[in-house]
Design a protein around this ligand. Structure first.
Ligand code: ACO
Length: 436
């Protein structure tokens, strides 16, 4: 079959060239413009990367028009219903689902790396009690680079794999410690006899005076199931802002813990992972169903910066498949954990219905995204609001380290360095202060 070419003819400059189309295994083809500047002396301009593929990747596939999300080819619906978070993390990192022995060895290794270096614990003392847990996450994840740097050979795949495992293993321990620091409770060590999600809940809520998991206190399977699904749904989402940040920082060859700390920073914003916390603040601000029209009007008003948090997505333009799955979980959790007339969820559902019928939201294809519901579940599980984005960090670490591993294994990877269209002054001469 003849290969399509894209011809660009810059008549005014008298330059022309042809560019190839690159096809992936599925999805939208891309014009390979790597040699554009060399051939035609021009750049492309695409702020926000609306039409730009930044890399090749075999990890996650999204078809935004049809609401499809695949991890290594497996539909998110199947993984969310049948798999576990650690199994999904293995899949993302290694490309295939693990066999029994492989999963056991993977779990053992995660357990082995879950503790923090004792010296790292003292880092928390530097944070004021009311520091946002995301600020602590950035700082503490970044400072792991001080513990694991000199002996790290980035050229060695085994060294890279261990770094990835360390991050995945330690992230729940760090996350729980951030919470414990903010409430002044002693840190809880990870336990090898607990699963990934149970362990996290135990490190969050266990008290020296009262065990969270023990004879009388145990973790409800509904809560564990919900956490497991939430972590699976958030584990990866191809080249989103935080993953692209991790890739860009890593492209310089920087220490991986520092690069993941950069990803955590990018995730924090309300346009990305901070949306789940922002949804809850928005719902409390709205307060009651009768005020919904007022807030919908604000969201539609171009002179008002207010946006409906948890609505809209850069890629999904019909529905977010994660939102569909999580909506079911939300019902299950609330049935168990709150009275059926849970006001917050009622309000969220009423807002969802209202927005879905509104012409503005229909026309702009704005649907609830995964984070419209995740905050409500976390709240029901008694996770404090400032910890919502931290929960996202735990899950997305699986994606970040997988992309890092993929990128570092690619012999041709090069430093990420975008171009710009300069809009400042032309060259001008320095004027001494007394003459200005
Ligand atoms: N409320 C009201 N209007 C919206 C919203 C919203 N939540 N989202 C988008 N729009 C409008 C924009 O004003 C814009 O209108 P215009 O075309 O008249 O200028 C149009 O829809 C397109 O929006 P963009 O901002 O151009 O879309 P983009 O792809 O850049 O942004 C984003 C996507 C950031 C998710 C946006 O929809 C948003 O801010 N949503 C709320 C925050 C949120 O829920 N973030 C979580 C994302 S999911 C995740 O990270 C897990």
């Amino acid at each position: 079959m003849p290969q399509d070419k894209v011809a660009i003819n810059l008549e005014s400059l008298g330059r022309a060239a042809e560019f190839s189309l690159l096809d992936g295994s599925q999805g939208v083809p891309a014009i390979d413009i790597g040699s554009l500047y060399k051939q035609l002396g021009v750049f492309t301009y695409d702020p926000g990367f609306m039409s730009t593929a930044s890399c090749k990747s075999a990890i996650t596939y999204i078809d935004g028009e049809n609401g499809i999300l695949l991890y290594r080819g497996y539909p998110i619906e199947q993984l969310a219903k049948q798999s576990s978070f650690l199994e999904v993390a293995y899949l993302l990192m290694n490309g295939e689902l693990p066999g029994d022995d492989e999963l056991l060895a993977f779990t053992d290794e995660i357990n082995h790396h879950a503790m923090l270096h004792e010296a790292l614990r003292s880092f928390f003392d530097g944070f004021h009690y009311d520091a946002h847990p995301m600020a602590m996450m950035v700082g503490v994840m970044g400072s792991l680079s001080a513990f694991y740097h000199s002996e790290l050979n980035m050229e060695d795949p085994e060294h890279r794999r261990i770094s990835a495992m360390r991050m995945l293993a330690k992230v729940p321990t760090i996350a729980a410690a951030c919470y414990r620091h903010s409430v002044g409770w002693p840190f809880v060590y990870p336990r090898v006899d607990l699963g990934y999600c149970e362990n996290f809940m135990n490190m969050m809520f266990s008290l020296p005076s009262q065990k969270f998991i023990g004879k009388d206190h145990y973790i409800d399977p509904v809560a564990v199931k919900a956490l497991n699904i939430l972590f699976i749904l958030h584990a990866d989402h191809e080249q989103n802002a935080s993953t692209s940040t991790v890739r860009l920082a890593s492209s310089t060859g920087a220490n991986p813990y520092a690069c993941v700390a950069a990803g955590i920073s990018a995730l924090w914003g309300p346009a990305h992972g901070g949306a789940n916390e922002a949804v809850l603040s928005m719902l409390s601000e709205i307060g009651s169903v009768d005020r919904i029209p007022e807030f919908i009007a604000k969201a539609k008003d171009k002179n008002d910066p207010f946006r409906l948090m948890g609505f809209g997505h850069r890629v999904y333009k019909n529905f977010d498949p994660r939102a569909t799955l999580i909506r079911e979980t939300c019902h299950e959790v609330l049935e168990k954990y709150s009275d059926n007339d849970e006001p917050l969820f009622e309000l969220a559902l009423a807002l969802e219905q209202y927005a879905l019928k509104d012409e503005y939201f229909i026309e702009k294809k704005l649907y609830p995204n995964v984070d419209f519901y995740s905050g409500i579940i976390y709240k029901a599980l008694k996770i404090p609001e400032e910890m919502f984005t931290v929960m996202f960090v735990i899950a997305r670490t699986a994606g970040w380290v997988s992309h890092w591993l993929e990128m570092m294994a690619e012999p041709s990877h090069r430093i990420g360095r975008p171009r710009q269209i300069y809009t400042g002054y032309e060259k001008r001469d320095y004027i001494p202060t007394e003459e200005r």
